[in-house]
Design a protein around this ligand. Structure first.
Ligand code: SAH
Ligand code: SF4
Ligand code: F3S
Length: 474
């Protein structure tokens, strides 16, 4: 059953529905307080970017945003499914809202994002969380106003059904309320076709599809003209941008075109799959004026046998050749990566091979994960799953080695002056300001309020594995 067809609002456009809700919320506001919306986001930057669209739609519908769930009239939980832990956290938070709703029966609760694209999770929500009012997956984000309106009008719970077609379209023009006025996320493509054997993303985010290049260029131009300083292009595999298109306009071409936009800003991208990392992209980066010299290139494992079982379509030799290609063009480039430990069948030798790759490449930063079986993926059904004890032990060894490497690498920055985009007062130390370098490393320094959202030069005088410390200079 397709939601759109069965909906009593099928004849209305999204904007008309948002307008209706706005009128309703305005009428309510006239009697006292304006209705509030609370949005909680789990997962990666794609979800953060989606939540900025949910926020934009909420505002257009006449809600004010709040950061306190207990005072909300509408709660949205945007979920992640990448690991078991992410799903448990989301379900546990949704569980806590039962009490809020008991106190405030008019409250409306919606759950969206990657977790709910899985039938067994929808079933869990349907059965065990009866106070959840509506549910929809990432490919139908734009149905949010429609589902909310239908729920409010009919009082019935709404579980949107995603169809194959939903995962083929790119919806443009949704309002976006950005969290920051100097850092921005811009999606260039959605979905993933790679089906790495451990990963749930291709099942929950649908097939790869790219945005029109002119829409992207216009969005980035607009952001730069409004003073945005750091713009990250998003996609599960940005190198798949426009793959298969006849005009040959690929991600490297897009980067080259965006780089010609005048202004004081940095352009970055996330994520690239090593199998599709092109020479053209490396050249675009090396020749770019605004492109950050930072490459996040998930390696996942340093064992060729495991990479094969992961369905990654590259081996360590190919991986090293990309690293060499990047460093030959940009000796100062920051290279970061993702690693999974404890993939099914990973032997001690396989794991040692990963440690060896860490020693050879010397990543600046690593995001390491303990393998989490995802129901429905090939790896979850593989024999020889690794016991938790072994996974944890390997994870600790990986972190210990990477800490040494990162500390050593950061140490070489002491005495240099780096450009830092300031993010304001540090959350952990009110006496310090912090910001990020071109390579996305965190830097602490004594700053002042005017620095927030601006580039400042900092001379590094101390380094640790996870942070740099320094003094502002002119
Ligand atoms: N599209 C990106 C990855 C997005 S998911 C890419 O291919 O590089 C971010 C990271 O989560 C992955 O790189 C991987 O390291 C990790 N990950 C994905 N599935 C996982 C699983 N089942 N268990 C543990 N980590 C996982
Ligand atoms: Fe997952 Fe692989 Fe796609 Fe990345 S490329 S999202 S790891 S299937
Ligand atoms: Fe999670 Fe979905 Fe991102 S599964 S990591 S929020 S694409």
């Amino acid at each position: 059953m397709n939601q759109q067809k069965s909906s009593p609002t099928a004849h209305m456009t999204n904007n008309e529905i948002m307008q209706k809700l706005r009128e309703d919320n305005d009428r309510h506001a006239a009697t006292g307080e304006r209705r509030r919306a609370y949005i909680l986001t789990f997962g990666c930057q794609q979800n953060v970017a989606d939540s900025e669209k949910l926020s934009g739609m909420c505002e257009q519908m006449g809600y004010v945003l709040t950061d306190r769930a207990e005072e909300a009239d509408l709660i949205m939980v945007n979920t992640c499914a990448i690991r078991e832990h992410a799903e448990q956290k989301a379900l546990s938070v949704v569980g806590q809202y039962k009490h809020l709703k008991a106190k405030k029966p008019d409250m409306v609760i919606g759950v969206c994002g990657c977790m709910v694209a899985q039938e067994h999770r929808r079933e869990t929500l349907r059965r065990s969380y009866p106070y959840v009012d509506f549910v929809f997956g990432t490919t139908v984000l734009h149905h949010f106003p429609r589902l909310l309106w239908d729920k409010l009008r009919s009082g019935k719970r709404m579980f949107s059904r995603e169809s194959e077609n939903d995962s083929k379209v790119v919806v443009e023009g949704l309002p976006i309320k950005r969290d920051s006025n100097y850092r921005a996320w811009v999606s260039v493509m959605y979905g993933c076709n790679n089906f790495c054997s451990y990963c749930i993303v291709p099942y929950v985010r649908g097939r790869e599809r790219s945005r029109n290049k002119d829409e992207i260029i216009a969005e980035v131009k607009d952001l730069v003209s409004r003073g945005y300083r750091d713009i990250t292009l998003l996609g599960q595999n940005v190198n798949s941008f426009n793959k298969g298109s006849e005009d040959g306009y690929d991600f490297a071409a897009l980067m080259r075109d965006l780089d010609t936009i005048e202004g004081d800003y940095t352009l970055r991208f996330m994520t690239s799959h090593p199998k599709d990392a092109t020479v053209a992209l490396m050249d675009a980066m090396a020749g770019g004026k605004h492109i950050a010299r930072h490459f996040h290139l998930p390696m996942q494992s340093g064992s060729d046998a495991i990479l094969k079982k992961m369905n990654r379509h590259y081996d360590t030799e190919r991986y090293l050749s990309i690293v060499d290609g990047l460093r030959a063009r940009m000796p100062d480039i920051t290279i970061t990566s993702d690693i999974i430990v404890g993939f099914p069948g990973e032997t001690e030798e396989d794991f040692e091979a990963t440690l060896d790759m860490l020693r050879r490449v010397k990543f600046d930063m690593l995001f390491s994960f303990i393998y989490s079986p995802r129901p429905g993926t090939p790896a979850a059904a593989m024999e020889d799953q690794i016991p938790d004890k072994v996974k944890n032990e390997r994870f600790d060894r990986l972190l210990a080695l990477q800490n040494e490497i990162a500390a050593e690498k950061n140490q070489t920055m002491v005495g240099t002056t780096v450009r830092v985009l300031c993010d304001g007062v540090s959350k952990n130390n009110a006496a310090m300001y912090n910001g990020r370098t071109e390579g996305n490393k965190i830097v602490f320094f004594e700053g002042n309020e005017e620095d927030t959202g601006r580039f400042v030069n900092v001379r590094i005088d101390r380094a640790e594995a996870f942070a740099l410390y320094g003094e502002k200079v002119n």
